[in-house]
Design a protein around this ligand. Structure first.
Ligand code: PMP
Length: 356
């Protein structure tokens, strides 16, 4: 018998492959601006590291502890190595945290809208979802979230910057929030897009871990590091929780291939900084464009913009006809567009201008 909490879930429908879309649309060129990937690619150091590796020991299981990458990140973040838990992308970490920390009937507090995987895994574990809408500026409503906590609450998801709104809540705001959340409630701050924040530095709340052992911080190599295909993400948590997560996770969830790629990407901070600077510059141009057209949009600190436009579905079809795939279905008449290379942003903006 399928678990009751799973029986009525809709099956996951993956995005069509780029090759299929091109074929269907008769396109020779397609730019995917629908998944918040890194349009600047991947550090050349990754290619070199993979070539140097040369598929050594493919017949051997990988290092379950991911020792090399663990050490590099622990040094980079100035945290103890035993505070890190790795997974096949944050998708796996979100599943792992939900599986470990949520019991049937628990309440899980989420921003509305936010990344869909939090709700999916909370539902699988039989939790009740408590959705707290963003405020009128599209910003996560921390006071509303505090007000939604009940004795049944076990987990709060904070995506910062938030996907899909792109909005950011400050370090100070999260620090204040943490002082008010009961210690029995785990607060997960998903920092998938934190590298793109320019409004304050440092933006991450990793430093708050020493004060709050109910805090979990998530990071991924899929965005600023340009490694979405390699599936590497990690949680920074209190050592007691890390030990439990290490017990629940699958033993060989990261291949050597993925570890080598992530280590090389992590060593090339210059590449990451180049991407972040280019995205911030393009983001500013996007924001000026959207304001100029008087379209409702939120201030983004991520590598995407989110805006409201009449006949959004029709516009997305028009963009696709010209070789640009954008994200629909995140709210009536809202589109989310990954910030691309300057020439692509210019083209997409011209097409939007002609459409509205
Ligand atoms: N968190 C957020 C907020 C995301 O937008 C995404 C992917 N789009 C993920 C986590 C998952 O990232 P990955 O599994 O590639 O690390």
């Amino acid at each position: 018998m399928v678990k009751k909490s799973i029986a009525n879930l809709k099956p996951y429908i993956p995005e069509e492959t780029m090759a299929d879309i091109k074929k269907e649309q008769g396109l020779t060129h397609l730019v995917r601006l629908s998944a918040n990937e890194n349009e600047w690619g991947t550090s050349p150091k990754v290619t070199q590291a993979i070539l140097n590796w040369g598929v050594k020991d493919a017949n051997r299981y990988p290092d379950s502890e991911v020792t090399g990458l663990r050490q590099a990140i622990a040094t980079g973040l100035k945290v103890a190595p035993n505070k890190l838990v790795f997974g096949g992308g944050l998708d796996e970490i979100i599943q792992l945290l939900s599986r470990t920390l949520i019991s049937t009937g628990d309440e899980v507090v989420l921003t509305q809208p936010t990344f869909s995987e939090y709700a999916l895994h909370a539902k699988i574990e039989g939790a009740k979802l408590v959705n707290v809408p963003v405020d009128s500026s599209g910003v996560t409503d921390l006071a509303g979230m505090l007000g939604s906590i009940t004795p049944a609450t076990t987990m709060i998801w904070l995506c910062n910057p938030n996907n899909p709104t792109g909005t950011y809540v400050t370090h100070q705001a999260i620090a204040d929030f943490m002082t008010k959340v009961p210690r029995s409630v785990t607060v997960v701050v998903d920092e998938a897009y934190i590298d793109f924040v320019t409004s304050e530095k440092p933006a991450s709340v990793v430093d708050l871990l020493s004060e709050f052992d109910n805090l979990v911080v998530l990071r991924t190599f899929s965005k600023a590091y340009g490694l979405a295909n390699f599936r590497v993400g990690y949680a920074v948590v209190a050592p007691q929780l890390a030990k439990i997560l290490q017990t629940v996770r699958l033993p060989y969830n990261l291949s050597t291939f993925a570890e080598i790629a992530a280590s090389a990407a992590y060593s090339d901070q210059e590449f990451v900084q180049g991407v972040v600077t280019a995205v911030a510059k393009e983001r500013q141009k996007w924001q000026t464009f959207l304001t100029g057209l008087k379209l409702v949009s939120y201030p983004s600190q991520a590598n995407f913009v989110f805006f409201k436009v009449k006949r959004a579905a029709e516009l997305s079809t028009e963009l696709l006809r010209h070789g640009y795939l954008v994200r629909t279905g995140l709210g009536p008449d809202w589109l989310r567009v990954t910030i691309g290379k300057p020439e692509d942003n210019q083209r997409v903006q011209n097409l939007i201008q002609q459409f509205v």
